[in-house]
Design a protein around this ligand. Structure first.
Ligand code: TRP
Length: 434
C-alpha cells in the first residue's frame, strides 16, 4: 500500500490526464500503457529486488553489488545523486501540493461565506505560496518522523482507500453532467498520428518514470523494508497495476470535466485551438467549472482538491524517506533529528525556488524529472542487470517466490533489463536532448 501510495500522486491525477488531453487522448493512453509495462515495470522490479536484497538505501545497495572498487564508487555516487534528486523533486512537489491544499481550504472558506479569504487562497502570491509549502512540508515531516510502520505504512493504508473512494465518486458525478460524453469521446478515440511523435513518446516515458517514482531510490528503500516472504514480481505488478489504474481512472474525471466546463461556457481551448493543459487546466478551467455549478460546485471542488492533497502526501513522504533513510543508516543520525534537519533544508530550497519562481521552477522540474530520473534509472538497470551476480539475483527472488526460475518472469525479465531497458532509455534520452 505504501509503494502504491508513493506511485499514485500528482503525476497520476494531474500529469497523466492533462498530457493525454493534449496528446491524442486514447493514443497517449496506449503508448503510456506499453511503456509502463515494458520499461517502467522492469525498472521498478530492479529497484525493489536490489533494495530487499541489501536491506539498505541506494548508496549502500548499489555499492554492494560488486567487489570492484570502481564499480562500487560509481554505484555509491549514483546513490548520492539519487537522494539529492529525490530532495529536489520534493522541493517543487511541496510547492504544487501546497497549492492543492490552499484550493481545498478555499473551497471550505467559500462554503462558510468567507469570500475574501477564499479569494486570497487561490491567488498566486508569495505569502500564500510560502505558507502552504511550509504547511505541506510540515505534514510530510510529521509522518516521516513517526517512522516506517507508524508513519509511512499507517498513513498510506489510511489515505489510499480514501483517495480511491473520492476519485470514484467524483468520476461518477462528473459523468452524469451535460457535456461529459464529449470529453469521454476525446479520451477514448485514439489519434495515432500525434501519439507516435517522438516528443510524445519522450514525455510518456518521463511520466511513466515519474509516476512509478523511479530512478532516485524511493522504490529501492521501500523494497528494503519489504519482508523476505513477499513475492516481489507479484507485489511490483500490483503497484504498477494500481498506478496505471488510478491514472486511467483520473482521465475519466479530468477530460469529461473539461467538456462539461465547455458546455457551461468556460473556455477550454488556447488561442491556437489546442486544449488548455497542465496548470491552466487544474488551476483555471476546473475552478471555473466548479463556479458554474453553484452550491454543489463548492463541495465538488473541496473533494477534488482534497483528493489531490492526499495523493500528494502519500508520494511526498516517499521522497523524504530517501535522504532520511540514508542519513540514518550511513551516518548513524537519529530519525527525529535527520527528519527535522532534512525537512528544513528542503523547505529552504523550496523557498529559494518560490523567490525566483519564473527562472527556477521549470528548471528544477526539467533537470530532475526529464534528465536525472531516466539517467539514474539507466544506472539501476545496468547495476542489477550486469554488475550484480545473476545467481545472487535469482536467490533473492526465490525467497518469496520459490518457483520463480520456471516462470515467464525469470525467462524474460533479466535479459529485458539488461538489453531492452537501457537501450530504450538511452534512445529516448538522446532524442530528448537533440
Ligand atoms: N510517483 C509520484 C507521482 O506520480 C511522485 C513521486 C513519489 C516521485 N516519489 C517519487 C517521483 C520519487 C520521482 C521520484 O506523483
Amino acid at each position: 500500500m505504501a509503494a502504491a501510495g508513493s506511485a499514485v500522486g500528482l503525476g497520476n491525477i494531474w500529469g497523466f490526464p492533462t498530457q493525454a488531453a493534449s496528446n491524442g487522448g486514447a493514443a497517449f493512453l496506449i503508448v503510456y500503457l506499453v511503456l509502463a509495462f515494458t520499461l517502467a515495470y522492469p525498472a521498478l522490479m530492479a529497484e525493489l529486488i536490489l533494495g530487499r536484497h541489501a536491506h539498505a538505501n541506494a548508496v549502500t545497495a548499489l555499492a554492494g553489488t560488486s567487489r570492484n572498487p570502481v564499480a562500487q564508487w560509481i554505484g555509491r555516487s549514483a546513490g548520492v545523486v539519487g537522494f539529492i534528486v529525490a530532495s529536489l523533486i520534493l522541493s517543487f512537489y511541496a510547492i504544487v501540493a501546497g497549492w492543492m491544499m490552499s484550493h481545498c481550504l478555499s473551497a471550505i472558506a467559500s462554503l462558510v461565506g468567507a469570500n475574501d479569504l477564499a479569494r486570497w487562497l487561490v491567488e498566486f502570491g508569495l505569502a500564500r505560496n510560502l505558507l502552504f509549502m511550509a504547511l505541506f512540508m510540515g505534514l510530510t515531516v510529521a509522518i516521516i518522523h513517526a517512522g516506517v510502520r507508524d508513519g509511512i505504512e499507517r498513513w498510506s493504508s489510511r489515505l489510499m482507500p480514501l483517495l480511491l473512494i473520492t476519485l470514484v465518486l467524483l468520476v461518477i458525478y462528473v459523468l452524469t453532467l451535460d457535456g461529459a460524453m464529449q470529453g469521454l469521446r476525446v479520451y477514448l478515440m485514439p489519434d495515432m498520428a500525434s501519439a507516435l511523435s517522438p516528443k510524445l513518446v519522450i514525455s510518456a516515458l518521463g511520466s511513466a518514470f515519474f509516476s512509478l517514482s523511479l530512478g532516485v531510490g524511493t522504490m529501492l528503500i521501500y523494497g528494503s523494508y519489504i519482508s523476505d516472504k513477499e513475492n516481489l514480481p507479484v507485489a511490483g505488478g500490483l503497484v504498477t497495476g494500481v498506478d496505471i489504474g488510478i491514472a486511467v481512472l483520473a482521465g475519466f474525471l479530468v477530460l469529461p470535466a473539461m467538456y462539461v466546463a465547455l458546455n457551461n461556457g468556460v473556455d477550454i481551448f488556447a488561442a491556437d485551438g489546442s486544449l488548455l493543459s497542465e496548470d491552466t487546466l487544474i488551476f483555471a478551467v476546473l475552478p471555473a467549472l466548479f463556479e458554474t455549478m453553484g452550491a454543489t460546485g463548492g463541495l465538488v471542488s473541496l473533494c477534488f482538491f482534497f483528493l489531490m492533497s492526499i495523493a500528494a502526501l502519500t508520494s511526498s513522504i516517499s521522497m523524504l524517506e530517501v535522504p532520511v533513510a540514508y542519513t540514518i543508516e550511513n551516518h548513524g543520525v537519529r530519525r527525529h533529528r535527520a527528519v527535522l534537519v532534512i525537512g528544513v533544508l528542503i523547505a529552504l530550497v523550496s523557498t529559494i525556488i518560490l523567490l525566483n519562481f519564473s527562472t527556477l521552477f521549470g528548471l528544477v522540474i526539467a533537470v530532475t524529472t526529464r534528465y536525472s530520473q531516466p539517467l539514474l534509472g539507466f544506472v539501476f538497470c545496468i547495476y542489477v542487470g550486469w554488475i550484480w551476480h545473476r545467481d545472487s539475483l535469482l536467490q533473492e527472488l526465490q525467497r518469496g517466490a520459490p518457483n520463480v526460475e520456471s516462470t515467464l518472469f525469470w525467462t524474460i525479465w533479466p535479459w529485458h533489463l539488461r538489453l531492452v531497458c537501457p537501450a530504450i532509455i538511452l534512445l529516448i534520452f538522446v532524442q530528448s536532448i537533440r
